[in-house]
Design a protein around this ligand. Structure first.
Ligand SMILES: Nc1ncnc2c1ncn2[C@@H]1O[C@H](COP(=O)(O)OP(=O)(O)OP(=O)(O)O)[C@@H](O)[C@H]1O
Length: 295
């Protein structure tokens, strides 16, 4: 399975949401990481043929996905950010209903529904109405519906948004399990989501992929260094205005800062090994002197 994005672009009026992305993806988990508004959903909607590109193409095993029609849709499973669920349906009925929409034969649908309910850990609540489930459980039902046709390409838009830490971990494990022999593309703005499960990380900013690679490749390619410094409060204040600061902690009467800088930022600064969160800050963070800065 290979998906190729060739100069993919989407404009809304004179705003470019996805800007000439060229990319190739095969089996494995791809983590699309970016801040709100980076263009993740727009990119995913094009990959699901729900949105036509302004220019550029997407090829699946060499064929234009917009010309493949049902041949492509049969390969695809999609969990949208705000997936419409049916509050009065039980988990089982919901999955059987979606199966019928997808044109899956009833015998196959029944078998697949039972299998997936077990896989996503919803056996105990299979006959409960969706409105009675927790956010994480609903999201798991959402994943199950995306998996009904045993897709070779699974696209998950912010699947962990709003989940508590336990559910988040459970979800990550589930996604890893489901990634065998298929391509999974998941978007998130949470660094740890991709840190643990993505084989390939795509950093998206302002409609473009600013960096792409394995966790190690991305971390090692950061052009600046990460420093730890323990300084008095006034110095900490000045440093945080000048540099991007990934962490700040009070230790007795001093402040411990973790910051990103090309050169040694102060006399006492010690170089530390970077982690993905530092890289995220490098690309997406703002220095403290930028009033509009948000991470
Ligand atoms: N239909 C549309 N018309 C106009 N602008 C749009 C439309 N859809 C998206 N945009 C704009 O395109 C940009 C990218 O939006 P998109 O939803 O793809 O980002 P995102 O990375 O998924 O963000 P989030 O994490 O908040 O969902 C945003 O500035 C958004 O306002």
């Amino acid at each position: 399975m290979e998906l190729i994005l060739d100069n993919l672009t989407k404009e809304f009026g004179n705003f470019t949401a996805v800007d000439h992305i060229t990319l190739s993806m095969t089996n494995g988990v791809y983590g699309l990481l970016g801040v709100n508004g980076a263009g993740k959903t727009t990119l995913m909607r094009m990959l699901c043929t729900l949105l036509k590109p302004t220019s550029g193409n997407i090829y699946c095993n060499g064929k234009d996905i917009f010309k493949m029609d049902s041949e492509y849709r049969n390969l695809l499973g999609y969990l949208p950010q705000d997936f419409g669920f049916y509050p009065e349906f039980t988990v089982k009925d919901y999955l059987l209903y979606i199966s019928s929409i997808k044109g899956i034969r009833p015998v196959v649908a029944k078998k697949r529904t039972n299998e997936l309910i077990g896989k996503v850990g919803l056996t105990k609540v299979a006959d409960k109405k969706l409105k009675k489930l927790s956010g994480g459980m609903k999201r798991r039902a959402g994943i199950a519906q995306a998996m009904l046709n045993n897709p070779k390409i699974l696209i998950l838009d912010e699947p962990t948004a709003g989940l508590d830490p336990n559910e988040r971990i459970r979800f990550r494990n589930l996604i890893s399990e489901l990634s065998e022999e298929r391509m999974v593309l998941l978007s998130t703005h949470i660094v740890s989501d991709v840190e643990y499960i993505a084989n390939e990380i795509l950093l998206m900013k302002d409609g473009t992929i600013v960096n792409e690679g394995t966790l190690d490749e991305i971390i090692n390619s950061m052009p600046e260094k990460v420093w730890n410094c323990l300084v008095p409060q006034d110095v900490a204040h000045a440093l945080s205005k000048k540099y991007k600061v990934s962490n700040m902690k009070m230790i007795q009467h001093k402040v411990e800062l973790r910051l990103i800088s090309e050169e040694k930022p102060c006399e006492t600064a010690m170089y530390v090994e970077p982690v993905l969160e530092d890289v995220f800050l490098y690309y997406f963070g703002e220095r403290g002197d930028n009033e509009n800065g948000e991470i």
